[in-house]
Design a protein around this ligand. Structure first.
Ligand code: SF4
Length: 211
């Protein structure tokens, strides 16, 4: 849809006010070029009134094919770390800063490619709506792209991880690494990095809604 002055409106602005309505509208999003090569939009999932919202970078190869976030190796590691931190995955909302898989082809393999600022900015319109609808008490930014999206500027992850900071009224932010980082570190560092990740996630546990 265009404004009377001919400016194309981002579809996230026109979408309805529920997660289901947003998910449906995002299926046909063309607000940046990433939809062209991806299989499908991978929207956030989880309770629409979750108190914790995890924000990753973008869907990976398996997420792109399955249409669900955090189902590949990094997602499985995240689920294990959540459990170790006392956070049931079914109680949290998980999403990504960018909703289409960006990759480059190497033979038959689709290798992850980092989204650029313009793509992160274009897709922030969806993330912003998800945050408005879910209204979590805590946002957990997993890695540099999530931090860039949520803060609107590049911010070092390691220097800011593991600290609770105010994000908006009644909403805090916790920065930590992306679980794919734990898959990439040298073997001898994996246990230590995993423990540190779980320690970061334990800070989030107190924001779980008591039932
Ligand atoms: S990555 Fe985001 S902004 Fe770009 S086309 Fe996909 S849903 Fe739209």
């Amino acid at each position: 849809m265009k404004t009377p002055s001919g400016i194309e409106l981002h579809p996230a602005i026109q979408a309805g006010g529920t997660i289901e309505a947003l998910r449906k509208a995002a299926i046909t999003c063309r607000a940046c070029p990433l939809w062209k090569n991806a299989t499908q939009t991978v929207f956030g999932e989880g309770p629409s009134r979750a108190t914790l919202m995890f924000v990753g970078e973008q869907p990976g190869d398996q997420e792109d094919l399955a249409g669900h976030p955090f189902v590949g190796p990094a997602g499985q590691l995240l689920t294990r770390a959540m459990a170790a931190a006392g956070i049931p995955r079914e109680q949290v909302y998980v999403t990504n800063a960018v909703k289409h898989f960006k990759f480059e082809l190497r033979g038959k393999r689709r290798l992850h490619k980092k989204p650029i600022d313009a793509e992160i900015t274009a897709c922030y319109a969806w993330l912003k709506r998800e945050i408005q609808v879910v209204a979590p008490s805590l946002l957990i930014a997993l890695g540099a792209t999530a931090v860039r999206s949520l803060l609107g500027r590049a911010t070092p992850v390691m220097a800011n991880r593991g600290k609770l900071q105010e994000y908006a009224p009644d909403m805090s932010l916790l920065i930590t690494v992306h679980p794919s980082f734990l898959l990439r570190v040298p073997e001898q560092e994996k246990d230590n990095e995993y423990r540190q990740f779980v320690t970061d996630l334990k800070l989030a546990r107190r924001f779980l809604r008591s039932t």
